[in-house]
Structures are given as structure tokens and as C-alpha cells.
Design a protein around this ligand. Structure first.
Ligand code: 6GU
Length: 287
């Protein structure tokens, strides 16, 4: 049957097999680096890296600040694969293209996916530079019918109607809190709800106020689609938002969201975010 990916299971298998033939690394952890957070990929040892354009069937990245490489390597001895640069709805991709790499992760043998993103803070207690452990999400494009699992379902990936109430692994959230505390990060580590929008325009003031009332702590343009597809095919998920700016909530505010601020904050907090993720990776247990 035609797969819901726009890529058939066989297409994904061919891509995964090609990658496995090019590297000896057998990753159990898959990492997705958000805007300005690609440094995590640089930290991998014994790297084997592929430009997206050189990988059969792989989508291409277009955004400034996203390198567009799939990097295999080890993080303190643990085999990992890392997406340096991801795909977004606002680039004009079909939603199935954005999430296709999650199925490649699965077919490579990945058991745990860790995703990072840059996000705007809606929660008034949040400060720029805070790191938010994502405990749940609001999938706004999904409300409008734009879900990466829409279309025919291939049971080899997962069930037709996957559960999402357990999308974000609770053990990993607790581990992140513990690791954060050990590293001395507790005063800027948060737990909250991430809301995804299509972008590329940032939110209006009225939209920010609405999202906050609906229970969102942070807003961004990524991650949720990948989480849905990763959970569909049975991988464990952990996700972090770096709060790069405060969403504008008041008409007397002079602030304006802009991409440069997002990248700048990413640079300042990137090292700590990378240390948090790499420490979590070394504590993961796999079958
Ligand atoms: Cl304020 N909004 C959205 N949608 N994405 C962001 C952001 C804001 N800040 C970083 N990414």
C-alpha cells in the first residue's frame, strides 16, 4: 500500500540501508538540533557526516542557521546520529517530508530521540536563556488537519491511531531534572507545554495571549511533527526548548520577535544545553 510518508516503507528502507552501508556506527540515539543549536553535532567523536543532498531520497534544508548534515558518531562512547538542521512547514515542505528522517532513525536502529528547538516564551515566569523540558504539546496545525500521519497508514511503522498522552517520556524528563540539578542548571531549567504553529510569520499579540490562555508555555515552529512520527513508530522521545526570546503579550511593549535574536541567544546558552543533552545520553539504558 501507498505509505503516508509520501515515501514508501521501501523508500525509507533503501535510505537507511544506504546509510548503514556507509558507516559502521549503529546509533541507538537520534538527536535533532534546533536553530543555532547544531554544536551538539560537532561534539560527536569519530564522525561520519553526510550532506542531506548526498543522501538518497532525503529532503534538502534551506534555512539560514541550519547546516543540513546528518552526522554519525559517538558521544562519550555512545553511538549517535544527529540531524544538524531540520525541515520546517514554513519552508513549504509537505509535512510528511519534514518527518521522514524520524522513520530513517527508526530503521537505523534508533530507540531514543532527543529533539531541541528555539522557542518564544509565553509563560511570564520564563526568561530569555531558560531551557524548557517539553512535557506536552499543542499541535495547532494538527487541529486544522495538517498531521504528518494523515493519509494511508503503513502498519510496519505503527498503528492507525497512536496514543499521544504519553508522547514525552516521563523517566527522561525526571532524568533531565536530576542531571540539570547536578550541573547547577536548576535556576534556568523549566518544564512546560510547547505549542507548534506553521510560521514563518511570528505571532501577533492577540495570538500570543490566546496561546497562553490555552496552556502553552512556549511557542515555536518545529518538533511536534517529528515527535508524532517518532512515537508512531515506537521510539522514546525527549525534547527541550531554548527560550530565545519572550513572546510579545502587551500592546505597550516595544519588543519585536526577530530571527537574529533567536540565533544570538542560542549561541549564549548552547554549551549548557549541549552538556545537558550529552550527559543524558550517557545515562540512557538500551535493550
Ligand atoms: Cl516568539 N515564535 C515562534 N513561532 N517561533 C519562535 C519564536 C517565537 N522564538 C523562537 N522561535
Amino acid at each position: 500500500p501507498e505509505s503516508s510518508t509520501g515515501y514508501s516503507y521501501e523508500d525509507c528502507q533503501a535510505t537507511a540501508d544506504w546509510l548503514l552501508s556507509q558507516t559502521a556506527v549503529r546509533p541507538l540515539v537520534g538527536i535533532v538540533c534546533g536553530s543555532g543549536l547544531g554544536g551538539l553535532a560537532e561534539a560527536l567523536k569519530d564522525q561520519v557526516a553526510f550532506n542531506y543532498r548526498d543522501i538518497p531520497n532525503f529532503p534538502q534544508s534551506t534555512v539560514h542557521g541550519h547546516a543540513g548534515r546528518l552526522v554519525f558518531g559517538t558521544l562519550k562512547g555512545r553511538p549517535c546520529v544527529c540531524m544538524q538542521g531540520r525541515f520546517h512547514l514554513y519552508e513549504g515542505y509537505a509535512i510528511q517530508k519534514i518527518t521522514m528522517p524520524m522513520r530513517i532513525f527508526k530503521l537505523l536502529g534508533v530507540e531514543t530521540v532527543i529533539l531541541t528547538n528555539a522557542a518564544g516564551g509565553l509563560n511570564q515566569d520564563y526568561k530569555v536563556g531558560d531551557i524548557m523540558i517539553i512535557k506536552d504539546h499543542l499541535n495547532m496545525p494538527g487541529f486544522a488537519g495538517n498531521n504528518p500521519l494523515a493519509g494511508p497508514n503503513d502498519e510496519r511503522f505503527g498503528v492507525r491511531f497512536p496514543c499521544m498522552s504519553d508522547a514525552y517520556d516521563r523517566e527522561l524528563q525526571q532524568m533531565a531534572l536530576d542531571v540539570g540539578s547536578e550541573l547547577g542548571y536548576s535556576n534556568f531549567l523549566r518544564e512546560g507545554v510547547y505549542c507548534v504553529l506553521g510560521g514563518p510569520s511570528f505571532e501577533t499579540i492577540a495570538e500570543c495571549r490566546m496561546l497562553h490562555k490555552l496552556g502553552a508555555d512556549a511557542v515555536g515552529m518545529s518538533t511536534v511533527h517529528e515527535v508524532i512520527v517518532a512515537r508512531h513508530c515506537g521510539m522514546r522521545v525527549f525534547a527541550l526548548s531554548l527560550i530565545t526570546n519572550k513572546a510579545v503579550m502587551n500592546y505597550d511593549s516595544e519588543e519585536k520577535a526577530n530571527h537574529e535574536e533567536v540565533l544570538q541567544t542560542g549561541k549564549q546558552r548552547a554549551e549548557q544545553l549541549e552538556r545537558l543533552v550529552s550527559t543524558i545520553v550517557t545515562r540512557l539504558e538500551h535493550n
